[in-house]
Design a protein around this ligand. Structure first.
Ligand code: NAP
Length: 247
């Protein structure tokens, strides 16, 4: 069975940037699969908000760092919807600490959730998209994958990996009608950045030419553009959405 409405999967869509992306894609007519790891109630709230705005969505639990869980997620998607048109790899975590204090598990968890997950989901999604010769994949990277950042050896390595993976996947899949791009957010107001001490936050805001933190919606609008046919000649790119932080 294949539904007529296009389907978009957004990983880590219960909160923050992923939530904003899910809401935006819901407004643009996709059936949105709102993936979460632990926060089912928040994910259901996103689904309700999409429905209240006239869209369609479903909350789906999956730890995207786990191969079997990702394979099951796509198996179920295939059975229920028969298609996937858009994949947004957004799920991410931080385990910040200085290099000399970084424990192996802090390295492993960040690499598994922020990088290996993208390999697992892209492989599954691309196999479905190839059959239709059409699809768009967006990977949420970070400007620190370009610049590096003190205390984020694990995270910056994962995000640099995401950028490399984006370019290789773009090259391998272009001939199959699939575009792959990355969005690199700067400093965006979410639970992830709420943990940062106030003083450091203020210094960071001073380093942003546009003089403010970004909102999830700023990233969601960029993702919606890259997903749309207006971006049909754009693949393998990294779009920084950071108020001019990194030029
Ligand atoms: P956030 O508010 O902490 O939300 C993280 C989301 O990822 C949640 O929905 C969480 O689900 C989900 N998640 C975590 N581990 C998961 C797993 N193993 N499987 C499935 N979902 C999982 O983070 P955010 O700030 O919105 O960040 C979203 C993305 O943007 C991340 O990739 C992050 O690295 C990137 N980014 C953020 C910033 C920023 O300034 N905020 C800057 C650059 C890049 P639960 O709610 O179920 O736990």
């Amino acid at each position: 069975m294949e539904v007529e409405t296009p389907v978009a999967l957004v990983t880590g869509a219960s909160r923050g940037i992923g939530r904003a992306i899910a809401l935006e894609l819901g407004r643009r007519g996709y059936i949105v699969i709102v993936n979460y790891a632990g926060n089912q109630i928040l994910a259901e709230e996103v689904v309700t908000q999409i429905a209240n705005e006239g869209g369609q969505a479903e909350a789906v639990h999956c730890d995207v760092s786990q191969k079997e869980a990702v394979e099951n997620l796509f198996k179920n998607l295939k059975e229920k919807y028969g298609r996937i048109d858009v994949l947004v790899n957004n799920a991410g975590i931080t385990r910040d600490t200085l290099l000399l204090r970084m424990k192996e598990n802090q390295w492993d968890e960040v690499l598994a959730t922020n990088l290996k997950s993208n390999y697992l989901t892209i492989k599954e999604a691309a196999a479905m998209m190839i059959r239709k010769k059409k699809g768009v994949i967006i990977n949420i990277a970070s400007v620190v994958g370009i610049t590096g950042n003190i205390g984020q050896l694990n995270y910056s390595a994962a995000k640099a990996g995401v950028i490399g993976m984006t370019k290789t996947a773009a090259k391998e899949l272009a001939g199959r009608g699939i575009r792959v791009n990355a969005v690199a957010p700067g400093f965006i107001k979410t639970d992830m950045t709420d943990k940062i001490p106030e003083g450091i936050k203020e210094d960071m805001i001073h380093s942003i030419p546009l003089g403010r933190m970004g909102q999830g919606e700023d990233i969601a609008k960029a993702v919606a553009f890259l997903v749309s046919d207006d971006a049909s000649y754009i693949t393998g790119q990294v779009l920084k959405v950071d108020g001019g932080m990194v030029m």
